[in-house]
Design a protein around this ligand. Sequence first.
Ligand SMILES: NC(=O)c1ccc[n+]([C@@H]2O[C@H](COP(=O)([O-])OP(=O)(O)OC[C@H]3O[C@@H](n4cnc5c(N)ncnc54)[C@H](O)[C@@H]3O)[C@@H](O)[C@H]2O)c1
Length: 265
Amino acid sequence: MPDHSNTVALVTGAGHGIGRAIAMRLAQEGATVCVLDINGEQAEDTARLLREAGHKAACKTADITDFGAVERAVAETEAELGPIGLLVNNAGFTDAGDLDGIALTDWHREVDVNLNGPYHCLRAILPGMKARGGGVVVNISSVNGVRFFGNPAYSAAKAGVINLTQSVASEYGKHGIRCNAVLPGSVRTENASWEIRIKKDPDVFNKLARWYPMGRVAEPEDVAKAVSFLASDDAKYITGAALPVDGGLLAGMNVMIEEFILESQ
Ligand SMILES: NC(=O)c1ccc[n+]([C@@H]2O[C@H](COP(=O)([O-])OP(=O)(O)OC[C@H]3O[C@@H](n4cnc5c(N)ncnc54)[C@H](O)[C@@H]3O)[C@@H](O)[C@H]2O)c1
């Protein structure tokens, strides 16, 4: 099991879904976690779960698109828990449809939260890591960052996150800082975009499963385990990587192969 003891981790968007699973896992493996979320009640819920499980935790309410708010949250976290050694840029969302119909405000908000937000957190935390001579960053991108599966603004921003990951890895490697990205496929969370799809079709995750060579969509813990590995010393020579956690979705056109190629043989 990875050992994150003596690490202070700040996990954005940890009030819900994948971020909460990441916070819980890192804490189980020894990290002291700061839960940062725009939704203060959800953030407090995760912090309470962490404390009930016997872990020390801090909790900050901040919108990652607001650099001043991020700077304040980082300063308060470090005063409370000590220097942040691990940043998990997890907060993100999408709810906008196609390129033709997207409102300009929706485009701007999706790029702001999904790309500028992670940059704000890096900007607030990297100088401290650099001064201390080390640190780890894990950015949650998406399979949408390397192929188009809908949600154009989100996809463009998530592609940006992969490139940003490479910038940090290249520029800060000499300071002992590693930075990697995780690219989940569909993950069973109750985020806003899945909620809409689940309302339309409660069986959506089972229907999606056939697109995945592993025969299922991911659970939040599948992503949390990958984050924990990349954050750990077991990954100490891995930086600048974009790791799909997608049950094989990006490996090939599974449904096309089954329906059009194998059937014709
Ligand atoms: N669920 C999936 O299928 C899936 C697939 C690929 C990638 N991802 C990515 O994983 C991450 C987590 O997704 P999830 O499904 O757990 O979502 P979620 O909606 O369940 O949780 C996201 C959390 O981020 C917080 N948040 C949103 N905007 C914020 C902001 N501006 N500032 C601070 N906090 C903010 C929300 O309040 C929420 O608690 C996102 O980056 C998402 O793009 C999710």
